[in-house]
Design a protein around this ligand. Structure first.
Ligand code: SF4
Length: 288
């Protein structure tokens, strides 16, 4: 009697331990899956300024196979203007975790420069047009802007740090050339923009307040003084204006200002900065 009671106790003990062990294991793997198995998007630093959106994307391609080939950004901005923006662009399809840069076009600048962006919501979708798979991420506007502008890892660095198998994907990360707003000031590095801020053509433009010399591409353009220059709301702190004319424009953490006592006699250069501004918030009036 005593022996059978002991045997029953031992059996019960073993069964309870088995159940508890299995529950702990499933909890452990469940937590592991939740923490490390979820698709994750990382915003990266693009190699060029402008409309480039750089990102890295990790997902369990064995569990959720898909040929991802489209990135979509959506702005929901019910209290601002515009109230909605959607930009969708294709990229070379990827079958496993990857990082890439995509030229989102002018819509990206419109999205970032929307009035009321800080109250807006951003949706990022990484999709497969063939498989109908959509991975969706959502965040508030300020967080998105911070991730875009504070990103410090490039596509190449992300690929290296995550040990991604570039060969496994169809092609290495794409590098799409974009238009540049600023003259390339490094001699010998491709085509040069013939504008007054490019030192390679300094001799072909007049000093402030004078008339510019004739250029190879056209007749002389008269310089002009400016009566007033100002920045309207919507600056996306891209630095283009300051790069062109730092005596006049100063880019701060969240906007751009006109420096006190800024010189206003080189209208051509102020006009260049205004034309380079991707969100067209630099305004000026000519003197006289
Ligand atoms: S004002 Fe200057 S810094 Fe702001 S968006 Fe325009 S060019 Fe960029």
């Amino acid at each position: 009697m005593t022996t059978s009671l002991i045997a029953m106790g031992v059996a019960t003990f073993i069964v309870i331990n088995l159940v508890v062990g299995l529950a702990a294991l499933s909890l452990l793997f469940g937590t592991f899956e939740t923490l490390f198995g979820k698709p994750k998007i990382t915003l990266l630093r693009s190699s060029k300024s402008g409309n480039i959106f750089a990102f890295g994307f990790k997902w369990n391609s064995a569990k959720e196979p898909a040929s991802l080939d489209t990135i979509r950004l959506r702005l929901f901005n019910p209290f601002g203007n515009p109230t909605q923006v959607e930009v969708s662009k294709p990229f070379d399809s990827k079958n496993s975790s990857f990082a890439t840069e995509v030229d989102m076009g002018p819509g990206f600048i419109e999205l970032l420069g929307a009035q009321g962006f800080d109250s807006a919501t951003i949706q990022i979708e990484v999709c497969s047009s063939k498989d109908g798979v959509v991975f969706q991420f959502e965040m508030r506007g300020p967080k998105f802007k911070k991730l875009v502008f504070d990103a410090n890892q490039t596509v190449a660095e992300f690929v290296a740090s995550k040990k991604l198998d570039v060969q496994k994907n169809s092609k290495p990360p794409i590098d799409i050339p974009i238009r540049s707003f600023i003259a390339d000031t490094v001699p010998g590095r491709g085509p040069q923009l013939k504008i007054s801020t490019n030192p390679n053509f300094a001799g072909e433009f007049s000093a402030a307040g004078g008339a510019s010399a004739a250029t190879a591409s056209g007749p002389a353009v008269a310089n002009f003084p400016v009566a007033k220059v100002w920045i309207e709301p919507g600056c996306i702190v891209c630095n283009a204006c300051e790069d062109i004319y730092k005596d006049v424009f100063e880019v701060l953490a969240d906007t751009c200002i006109i420096r006190p006592n800024a010189p206003l006699d080189d209208g051509i250069r102020i006009q260049e900065a205004a034309e380079a501004c991707p969100v067209e918030v630099i305004k000026f009036t000519k003197a006289g």
